[in-house]
Design a protein around this ligand. Structure first.
Ligand SMILES: [Zn+2]
Length: 165
């Protein structure tokens, strides 16, 4: 069995990883970031499946879970890192969201994470908001996603005749 998501030769640089020179990327091909290869449609669909299988709604998170959070550098660049949840609390003041016709009231959850280097981060969102969580069993989910990849056609669609366990 393959141990990673399927890739194919980058169509932009034909596998060299280099492309015409520009100030931002120098001569590095931005489609494949210089790797010379990109995820195939099948690999992309399987990777998406894997990420979704590792995503849980806020209401399912526990203190001690590790999640990916985002922050800004002093110069304004966005970056993400994996941080540990130290606190989960329910807001006592309602927020509102509108679906266009009616406005609904909800009490958001606040998830606080702490990272030894990047410090504290807070995320406030409704219960159904999903985040990528890093738990034991990720390897199992990866194996499942790779098995799923085997069942996909070249265009990344499940074969009709294949049953997924
Ligand atoms: Zn390329």
């Amino acid at each position: 069995m393959k141990t990673s998501f399927e890739t194919e030769v980058c169509s932009r640089c034909h596998g060299s990883g280099k492309y015409s020179f520009c100030e931002t990327y120098r001569d590095r091909c931005f489609k494949c970031a210089g790797d010379g290869k990109v995820l195939s449609k099948r690999g992309y669909a399987a990777q998406k499946h894997f990420i979704e299988s590792c995503s849980v709604p806020l209401s399912d998170l526990k203190v001690g879970d590790r999640i990916r959070v985002g922050s800004m550098t002093h110069s304004g660049n966005h970056f993400t890192f994996i941080s540990t949840i130290t606190e989960i609390s329910r807001s006592e003041t309602p927020s509102f969201y509108s679906n266009g016709t009616e406005s609904k009231e909800y009490y958001p959850l606040t998830v606080v994470t702490e990272h030894p280097k990047h410090g504290k981060c807070g995320l406030t969102a409704p219960d159904h908001h999903t985040v990528r969580v890093y738990r034991e069993g990720d390897d199992e989910r990866l194996i499942k996603a790779l098995k799923y990849q085997e069942t996909l056609t070249k265009s990344g669609i499940p074969r009709k005749t294949t049953k997924i366990a």
